[in-house]
Design a protein around this ligand. Structure first.
Ligand SMILES: Nc1ncnc2c1ncn2[C@@H]1O[C@H](COP(=O)(O)OP(=O)(O)OP(=O)(O)O)[C@@H](O)[C@H]1O
Length: 491
């Protein structure tokens, strides 16, 4: 299969073979072409050249409906269920043949019968907004099975799950594969998952087939080599220096969520210069709203934030004065303008100052482009040109572009929310190294993450957030995982 976007070749004569009744992993760096390949299979894109064969027969897949009719289904990284509806409503209404009047008692009866054949159960009458991330992902998978799709493509299905939930969901899928009910193609960045659950692996590098084989005959090192070729991994600097004075101070902060519920409740926290404070917690416990208040994207109801001793209201001028940087989650949505170029997005913080602007209004576009070109090189952003719209970059490369903008200069306060979500291991190594280097240079870092390993690796101090409050605090070096897990679950 070959797929060109204009003059750019995203997939170059790639071959992928998935055996029936197998669990196949698809690996590759950010921008390697994984999503493009599966979108071609699912009929979202029409490949420039190449075919999809199912059971050795060439098949015409012009749109996702054709793919569904052939039994192909896709589960995404983010949830697609309607939160305000029940699980049963979500399942029934996803069908192509929903009758104009639904006989719910019959449908429920049929659903119960369907569930009794499945290796895992979900609460049919619960509202999707009330169930955990693990249960939601199980529902997404059940929905595909309910719609009679027997070849499932999973695009990083565990990135919103805790390691325990991920193992549970993948373990159940593995059982279904072993019993011959299902075939799976899974995009992932986690070698642990590949080693534990997959039979075979295909590896892409820069749009080309870089390797494939049986997982039992490969080590994570072999796979990493095929993924990155001769590129060098960034080495993480050692932790140096002691924490200094308080830089960021949050005092009795109260903030509400969009529905008016209390999301952040009387929260107080300090972060010192040269210190990384990690916030652990299951997503949905107020972390997002806390970061939004610090980023100036949400009004606090009460409480105060101080930066370097001064009152702080998240204005652009204050952020500039205090050298604050932000790495929010979902960077394309929260930190970029999708239709604008990579260069313009990189310049968003500084565009109205010299050398990018003169007299406050004349914008020097060539200065934008020059600065962007340097940062594109330094942060290894895979983009055709600095003028390419940022929305057409792969997810990992959007993240790198935001990183280049936010960390490409002096930083005194850094607020990062799930900064490595969806990134390949080389990018994770680079971002972790950048965050540690900023800390070592004296920045105060607040790191919100759902990845406990990341928090333990980077933090000096760790706090647990539950129901909008900080319920536990420990030095990362003394952290006890069971204790942290207990507090994350609210016990
Ligand atoms: N609609 C599009 N228009 C132009 N270029 C695109 C489009 N979609 C993808 N690309 C380019 O194709 C390349 C492969 O992107 P793709 O999303 O397939 O990567 P990926 O391996 O899934 O990466 P990630 O792990 O970051 O999700 C990238 O360089 C991207 O910029």
């Amino acid at each position: 299969m070959t797929m060109r976007f204009g003059a750019f070749t995203a997939l170059d004569n790639v071959e992928l073979k998935v055996k029936p009744g197998s669990f196949h992993a698809l690996l590759g760096e950010n921008g390697a072409g994984k999503s493009t390949l599966v979108k071609c299979i699912m009929g979202y894109y029409r490949p420039t050249e190449g075919d999809v064969l199912i059971g050795e027969r060439e098949r015409e897949i012009n749109n996702p409906r054709d793919a569904h009719a052939l039994g192909l289904g896709m589960v995404y990284q983010h949830f697609t269920l309607v939160p305000a509806m029940t699980v049963a409503e979500n399942l029934v209404l996803a069908r192509d043949d929903v009758p104009p009047v639904v006989n719910w008692s019959k449908e429920k009866h049929d659903l119960e019968a369907f569930l009794s054949r499945m290796p895992f159960r979900v609460p049919l009458d619960a509202k999707v907004s009330d169930i955990s991330a693990g249960e939601r992902q199980k529902c997404e998978i059940l929905k595909q099975l309910y719609l009679k799709r027997r070849f499932l493509i999973l695009d990083e299905p565990t990135s919103v799950l805790t390691p325990g939930e991920a193992d549970e969901v993948l373990g159940m899928l593995r059982q279904m594969v072993e019993s011959g009910e299902l075939t799976i193609l899974m995009i992932t960045h986690k070698f642990r998952e590949v080693m534990a659950f997959a039979d075979e692996v295909t590896i892409l590098r820069r749009g080309k087939l870089a390797g494939r084989g049986k997982v039992s005959e490969l080590t994570p090192d072999d796979m990493a080599r095929m993924m990155i070729g001769a590129e060098q991994l960034t080495v993480q600097p050692a932790r140096t220096g002691e924490a200094g004075t308080v830089r960021l101070e949050v005092n009795k902060l109260v903030a509400r969520d969009d529905a008016g519920g209390l999301a952040v409740h009387d929260l107080s926290l300090t972060v010192r210069a040269g210190e990384i404070v990690g916030i652990a917690g299951v997503s949905g416990n107020g972390q997002r709203q806390l970061v939004e208040v610090l980023a100036g994207q949400r009004e606090a109801e009460s409480g105060a934030v101080r930066v370097s001793g001064e009152a702080y209201s998240a204005s652009r001028e204050e952020m500039r004065r205090h050298k604050m940087s932000l790495l929010p989650e979902e960077p394309l949505k929260n930190a970029c303008v999708g239709g604008m170029s990579v260069a313009d997005n990189i310049a968003l913080r500084e565009f109205d100052r010299a050398p990018f602007a003169r007299g406050g209004w004349w914008l020097n576009k060539s200065a934008f482009r020059q600065d962007a070109t340097t940062k594109i090189g330094r942060y290894k952003i895979k983009t055709r040109t600095p003028d390419t719209p940022i929305a057409s970059l792969s997810g990992g490369n959007v993240q790198r572009a935001v990183l280049a903008r936010e960390l490409g200069h002096d930083v005194e306060v850094l607020i990062a929310a799930n900064p490595c979500f969806g990134l390949d291991f080389a990018a994770v190594a680079q971002i972790h190294a950048e965050i540690m280097a900023a800390r070592n240079r004296g920045a105060a870092v607040l790191l919100v993450s759902e990845d406990l390993d990341e928090l333990l690796e980077l933090s000096d101090r760790l706090v647990v957030m539950f129901h909008g409050q900080l319920v536990y605090e420990t030095r990362a070096s003394d952290a006890d995982l069971t204790e942290i897990g207990r507090h994350m679950a609210g016990h």
